[in-house]
Design a protein around this ligand. Structure first.
Ligand code: NAD
Length: 552
């Protein structure tokens, strides 16, 4: 029986032992599709997050996917093209059950205008990174990534702690909504602006925001006091970041850390330019697109200029993956790229060892299954303080949304061992049901994005998209359950290529084999991608773990 879902009442959370499909692999993928809608920002329109990141092309396509997952056999493969099922093919039992390609547009045609046009004609949809691949688990996924970034900054700049530090950011949407909780978990005083009062209300309601300030004066007073007391607090404020950032700068205040997670990648359906109300911007989206895009770019230029001013005064400023620098650069802010991208600045050494966001979802819908796996992780990785601290913090602070799930930054070998140990728990009946594992697109060798993941690669291979394509083909050859190639990224077209993967641990011996091969080959390729680019940490990891790297 599905569970009621107060957040999106028409989209219940899948749960229980009853199968609607012919096996748990198919049922598991069906539950993941249902799950991304249950935790989505605008599920009535199939939107999961990031303005237009969709779970399926349209409702007819969605219904056809659901029907097919329910009746397909294990030796068939469902083929999905940009959120629309186009074929059910006879393959074999160890082949992927679902393969997808989302939003791939030929290079010369890949721009936002064409994307909007193809989308209007019903030819394409954007899958974000985890929406189209049915991997999104609510805010938790990004909470850990954001927390990880804040802690890396704490180590780099602030003696390992963010107590008494002020973080300024914006955006409380599907992904950005994680920032206040991640900031508070990292011990900081964090102020987050969003133009949409509804988004602010929602984050307060689920406990991610401690306080909502009625004015900037009030917000800054709360932050000041918390900084003085070295007390963690998260404060939300309704307003346009392109007004608020310059206003804070004009008052001579320099936050310790500044970033932004407004939907700056989307100049029409995402970012709201200063000088326009939310309603005004919405009313222009269909009929006055070019005008709105120009207004968004002009506003982003002011927004980024304020970030640069903070940087010059000593703040740690970074781009958190929303293309805000790219848009500002196109608007004439020539030094926009002096702001570093978070991947290069803080996370690349981890990616070199294939340490990245690995997640698991209890398909039973039972929170006790995640609690049991939390215990297992604490036991298996007792000597890895990063992982055990995170699990402790997540247990205490991160509410479950949709299917109970957990994420942890695990590396090569660790992921495979955990997944196979969990499969054993499923087999022994220690868990109420199977568990799905997925790896984010933004991980190891799975993404080429010259303005996010692969900016300033040591060997200059920033824009080489072969790696994620090789990754997806390897995953198909390695028996993963769902394999997807996404393109688009911020700006929707032409910015990135990535691949994603999901596996269902259903307790069978076949699952042991699939989990072993797919996860090990995935992390091996991650290490190889960075070793090939000349990163010492990766070259060392490749030698230590014997990942099959051919150095030539
Ligand atoms: P979303 O569309 O769900 O939310 C964006 C929020 O920004 C909305 O609440 C909107 O009201 C607000 N906003 C828009 N313009 C504003 C302005 N000028 N001032 C204040 N608020 C404004 O998007 P999301 O899922 O939260 O993603 C946000 C961005 O982060 C996207 O560009 C996405 O591509 C990027 N992203 C980065 C990562 C990463 O790994 N770092 C991961 C996921 C998403």
């Amino acid at each position: 029986m599905p569970k009621p879902n107060p957040r999106n009442p028409h989209f219940p959370i899948p749960a229980g032992p009853e199968l609607r499909a012919k096996g748990w692999r198919q049922e598991g993928l069906l539950r993941l599709l249902e799950n991304v809608l249950s935790v989505g920002e605008d599920p009535d329109n199939l939107v999961v997050y990031a303005a237009l990141g969709k779970a399926a092309r349209n409702w007819a396509a969605h219904d056809a996917i659901v029907r097919t997952l329910k009746h397909m056999d294990e030796d068939q493969t469902l083929v999905i093209q940009s959120g629309k099922p186009v074929a059910l093919l006879k393959t074999h039992k160890q082949a992927p059950l679902v393969i997808m390609a989302n939003c791939n547009i030929i290079g010369q045609w890949a721009n936002a205008e064409n994307f909007y046009d193809y989308q209007r004609k019903g030819l394409i949809c954007w899958g974000g990174l985890t929406a189209g691949a049915w991997q999104y688990i609510g805010s938790q996924g990004v909470i850990q990534g954001t927390y990880e970034i804040f802690m890396r900054i704490a180590e780099k700049r602030f003696g390992g702690s963010l107590a008494g530090r002020f973080i300024l950011t914006a955006g409380l949407g599907g992904m950005g909504g994680a920032q206040p909780l991640a900031g508070r978990m990292a011990g900081a005083a964090i102020l987050v602006a969003d133009i949409d009062p509804e988004r602010v209300r929602k984050r307060k309601e689920i406990g991610f925001l401690d306080e909502v300030a009625a004015s900037l004066d009030e917000a800054l007073a709360i932050i000041d006091q918390a900084v003085a007391d070295k007390r963690a607090v998260s404060v939300g404020i309704v307003g346009n970041a392109a007004d608020i950032y310059p206003e804070i700068a004009a008052r001579g205040i320099v936050p310790d850390i500044v970033t932004d997670q407004t939907s700056a990648h989307d100049l029409v359906y995402g970012y709201v330019p200063r000088g326009l109300s939310l309603e005004e911007a919405r009313s222009m989206r269909e009929s006055r697109q070019a005008e709105l895009m120009a207004a968004s770019r002009a506003s982003i230029a002011i927004h980024v200029q304020a970030m640069l001013d903070f940087q010059k005064k000593g703040a740690e400023v970074f781009d958190n993956g929303n293309l805000i620098r790219t848009q500002a650069f196109q608007e004439g802010i020539s030094d926009a790229f002096s702001i570093p991208i978070f991947t290069e600045a803080y996370l690349r050494p981890l990616f070199c060892k294939a340490i990245g966001p690995f997640r698991w979802m209890a398909l039973s819908g039972d929170e006790a299954d995640i609690a049991r796996i939390d215990d297992l992780v604490m036991e298996m990785f007792a000597d890895n303080a990063g992982v055990t601290n995170w699990i402790r913090l997540a247990r205490a602070n991160v509410p479950f949304e949709g299917l109970p799930a957990r994420i942890a930054w695990l590396g090569h070998g660790e992921r495979t061992r955990l997944a196979q140990a969990v499969n054993e728990l499923v087999r022994n009946g220690e868990l109420k049901g199977p568990v799905a594992f997925s790896r984010d697109h933004l991980d190891a060798g799975a993404m080429a994005h010259p303005n996010i993941m692969t900016e300033n690669m040591k060997d200059g291979s920033d824009a080489i998209a072969d790696w994620p394509l090789i990754n997806a083909m390897t995953l198909c050859a390695s028996m993963a359950d769902l394999v997807v190639i996404h393109s688009g990224g911020g700006g929707y077209a032409g910015y990135m290529t990535s691949s994603g993967v999901t596996l269902v641990a259903d307790g069978t011996e076949d699952a042991d084999l699939r989990l072993g091969q797919a996860i090990t080959n995935d992390t091996s390729l991650g290490i190889i991608r960075y070793a090939d680019a000349g990163y010492d940490e990766a070259i060392e990891a490749a030698a230590t773990h014997d990942v099959g790297h051919i150095a030539s």
